[in-house]
Design a protein around this ligand. Structure first.
Ligand code: 5GP
Length: 178
């Protein structure tokens, strides 16, 4: 474990188990549907990569990039950095998030998608921090619920660092002061 991680909350093995289970559920729920998986960059790139390989039916993958965090604080001001490059019309859209905290980012994504006339929209997140929720957005698939703490690893960053950790852990408090 790296010195700046306080505690591992999901090991590589835990993540693999969660991904397999979510993949199975999604495979069952989307049989005979036109599944389009949307990866919300950058944080969900590992999760989307693993999850789509655990989904055993055909699916397309599309990317959107937003930014909402500065250091460890949600700014509540969202910037669209990369928009969709394909049509979402009549597609069964599954948004894949790394973490849902206040829910503001996800609400923003879902609102953009709704304007593009999909057949359906569902949301899958690896981590749910529902205690901090400020919107009433529905999350359909949750990998793991956590109470609090700023987590990094497996795509999740702090100032663009730690995305390449194969596990997810809580960052030590003193890192935020450096
Ligand atoms: P929300 O809009 O729900 O407050 O935040 C969503 C985005 O904020 C996530 O996609 C993620 O990029 C970032 N975020 C929220 N909580 C955490 C956290 O504990 N760790 C990291 N690294 N990013 C977080």
């Amino acid at each position: 474990m790296r010195n700046d991680i306080e505690k591992i909350i999901l090991s590589e093995g835990n993540i693999a188990d969660i991904v397999e289970e979510l993949g199975e559920q999604i495979t069952n729920d989307y049989k005979n549907k036109d599944l389009l998986v949307i990866c919300v960059l950058k944080g969900s790139f590992h999760f989307t990569s693993d999850l789509t390989r655990a989904i055993k039916i055909p699916c397309d993958v599309e990317f959107i990039q937003l930014s909402s965090y500065e250091n460890d604080k949600s700014t509540e001001k969202i910037k669209l950095i990369k928009d969709f490059s394909c049509s979402l019309e009549n597609r069964d859209v599954l948004v894949v998030e790394d973490i849902v905290d206040t829910g503001i980012t996800l609400s923003y994504v879902v609102d953009i998608i709704k304007e593009k006339s999909p057949a359906s929209i569902k949301v899958c997140t690896l981590i749910d921090k529902s205690k901090n929720r400020k919107t009433n957005i529905k999350v359909d698939y949750v990998g793991e619920s956590i109470e609090d703490g700023f987590v990094v690893g497996y795509g999740l960053d702090y100032n663009e660092k730690y995305r390449n950790l194969s596990y997810i852990g809580i960052l030590k408090n003193n890192i935020f002061n450096n």
